[in-house]
Design a protein around this ligand. Structure first.
Ligand code: PAF
Length: 292
């Protein structure tokens, strides 16, 4: 596995690979890797792509600077896991390489309402920051395919919009959420839960499946959502930022269920002070982006 820390070296390597006709799969990360991240690498490798992973904790996507400061850094175990997964190259840029003009003059993207709802409502500016770093990384890495995890569903839709805005030919591959045996979506935050909390957290995916199962027979979406929230609060969750059924691409709310709609159930909830997110796509259109 090659480790590169600067842009000219990366670009040299990429030019050589393109000359050889290699196709590149790219997995951007902020490190603190778990099996969910590794599954993105595995997916890219399975598609016979030369696989590049970046590790960069992007300051512009944190609306709380304290969160940025205490973001977990586990570089040694990350590199071991990436090597084991067959990653071809790890890119570890500095802030100056990603933002050569400084942080004050970053581009602004027209993301429409996508950046104001759900996560965007609770983390203002977050998705602009995500676009700034992903745009720059794509410019440097020039991959054919970009692999993102479905767990951050809204991020996937935002990046899909970014690719459209940039008229990019890069294909976005959304990889399924990896789950623990209990159904809990894998996340580095799960480590902050107690053993009991981890058991309770599994209720999130149960609530999402329950809502899905009742959508065709239940007339009121708002009642289904309200009873889902009650189940979680009664199970001991501290609070719920949102639990919503929305149109999968625009993330506009759905008030009337129609099975042919491409939809997604999304949730963010606090348990033991840890903010957990999850989602359940209700998508039956094979052309709806590329899911794997
Ligand atoms: O999902 C993440 O880890 C980050 O938002 C990403 C896509 C690496 C951009 O910093």
């Amino acid at each position: 596995m090659i480790l590169i820390k600067n842009v000219p070296e990366l670009q040299n390597w990429i030019v050589k690979q393109h000359q050889k006709g290699a196709k590149i799969g790219f997995v951007p990360t902020m490190g603190a890797l778990h099996n969910g991240h590794i599954s993105l690498i595995t997916n890219s490798k399975k598609q016979n792509l030369l696989t590049i992973c970046s590790i960069f904790v992007n300051p512009t996507q944190f609306n709380d600077s304290a969160d940025f400061e205490k973001y977990p850094q586990t570089i040694e175990s990350d590199l071991l896991a990436l090597e084991k997964a067959g990653t071809d190259l790890v890119f570890l840029p500095t802030q100056a390489q990603i933002y050569p003009n400084g942080l004050a003059d970053c581009p602004v993207y027209d993301l429409g309402n996508l950046e104001n709802v759900l996560e965007g409502k609770y983390r203002p500016g977050h998705f602009q920051g995500v676009c700034q770093v992903v745009d720059r990384l794509l410019e440097l890495v020039q991959p054919q395919k970009l692999f993102l995890g479905q767990k951050d569903f809204q991020q996937c839709m935002v990046i899909s919009k970014l690719l459209t805005l940039k008229q990019s030919t890069i294909e976005l591959v959304i990889c399924s959420t990896l789950r623990e045996d209990s159904g809990l979506a894998m996340s580095s935050r799960n480590m902050r839960l107690t053993v009991d909390g981890r058991q309770k957290a599994a209720k999130i995916s149960q609530v999402l499946s329950n809502i899905q199962n009742q959508l065709n027979t239940h007339t009121s979406i708002s009642q289904l959502i309200a009873s889902g929230k009650t189940i979680l609060l009664e199970a001991g969750f501290d609070s719920i930022d949102y639990l919503d059924l929305v149109e999968a691409k625009s993330l506009e709310p759905i008030n009337q269920w129609e099975p042919q709609k491409q939809a997604v159930l999304l949730i963010a909830a606090f348990l033991e002070g840890v903010r957990l997110i999850d989602n359940l796509p209700l998508i039956n259109d094979n052309n709806f982006l590329q899911f794997s």
